[in-house]
Design a protein around this ligand. Structure first.
Ligand code: SF4
Length: 332
């Protein structure tokens, strides 16, 4: 299904973390460029995947959108409202519409609270005063994610990883959000449980018209679950495309190398695996030019000095690479 309407627009978003030093420890010596000038859109009703190796900045993107981390620069528009312009209270209320599900359901659930109270808590924070209405909502959402009334009386440590993630999803769903940012939501789970949680998320998406930003390092899971995908490398978005287009025809050498590790969909088709050499450079000191150039199998002289720009090389396929630049492409 084609999703047309823009729900979230991220423009030139940056999140730098200062490295402090000096005699008093208050001098900024360097900046870690965790997210470095990225732009993308998420359409209403779709699942937009953000994929990349550990440390590429994908989780920081999720937290910066929600302003759990304050952006260094750039804008995030949700239904046309610039989230950066909201004061603390308005942003708190906005989180009714944008919720997050974390990777480690155990760490994100208060171990001393009963499951009922954990799921109910956002409703209290968002000002729902009627106890009866809150109870009705908790019971409703518990049923939707497959938790029984008895389970609501227990503490988080009495549950398996998959069940704890159901609690995390229930807590995110209770405020009836429009967008859920799911940050590695199944990475900590066994493979058999992963598909149960993904199926649940998909069912809930159909039922409530949810939009997801799905952050993961796992290319197989992203392929299975997402409609469009953004590939991140060292704080930058290097390629954005529809899922099938990206997996069948990756344009950026980094995407090509990542996807070469996946088994071929056709048993008779042999695939050559591209092994990336060298370590991921430090985001505190990224290479000049294209930050991927020290590891790129297709690097040219220009790549060492000139940064490529994210360009639309064909319909809805954006790439940041000198190999794909021409006079005809559209600058976004
Ligand atoms: Fe490789 Fe150059 Fe493209 Fe960067 S710009 S991905 S170094 S070919």
């Amino acid at each position: 299904m084609k999703h047309e309407e823009t729900l979230l627009k991220v423009e030139n978003l940056k999140k730098y973390f200062p490295i402090k030093g000096g005699i008093l420890g208050n001098k900024t010596l360097q900046q870690v460029k965790a997210v470095d000038d990225i732009s993308f859109e998420v359409k209403r009703g779709e699942t937009f995947g953000i994929v990349g190796e550990s440390g590429c900045g994908k989780s920081t993107v999720g937290r910066t959108i929600l302003r759990l981390l304050e952006p260094t620069e750039g804008s995030v528009y949700f239904e046309g409202t610039d989230l950066a312009s909201l004061d603390k209270n308005s942003m708190r209320l906005m989180r009714k519409d944008i919720q997050i599900v974390f990777q480690d359901p155990f760490a994100s659930l208060n171990p001393r609270m009963r499951v009922f109270d954990i799921i109910e808590e956002p409703l209290i924070n968002f000002g729902m005063t009627s106890k009866e209405e809150r109870e009705k909502s908790v019971l409703e959402v518990a049923e939707q994610v497959g938790l029984t009334v008895n389970q609501l009386k227990r503490l988080p440590h009495e549950f398996s990883g998959g069940q704890r993630q159901r609690i995390g999803i229930a807590r995110a769903l209770i405020s009836k959000p429009k967008l859920i940012i799911a940050d590695e939501p199944v990475s900590a789970l066994d493979v058999s449980i992963q598909s149960q949680v993904l199926n649940l998320m998909r069912d809930l998406q159909k039922e409530f018209g949810l939009t997801y930003i799905f952050i993961s390092h796992d290319l197989s899971v992203v392929k299975h679950f997402c409609d469009r995908i953004g590939v991140m490398y060292l704080g930058k978005m290097v390629e954005i495309a529809d899922k099938d287009d990206l997996y069948d025809n990756p344009n950026h050498p980094y995407s090509t190398a990542l996807l070469s590790a996946l088994p071929s969909a056709h048993p008779l088709q042999k695939k050559e695996r591209i092994i990336l050499t060298g370590d991921v450079p430090s985001p505190a000191n990224p290479p000049n030019g294209c930050t991927f150039h020290p590891r790129c199998f297709a690097a040219m002289e220009i790549c060492k000095t000139i940064k490529p720009t994210l360009l639309e090389t064909k319909d809805n396929h954006f790439v940041s690479c000198h190999l794909h630049e021409s006079k005809d492409v559209v600058n976004v």
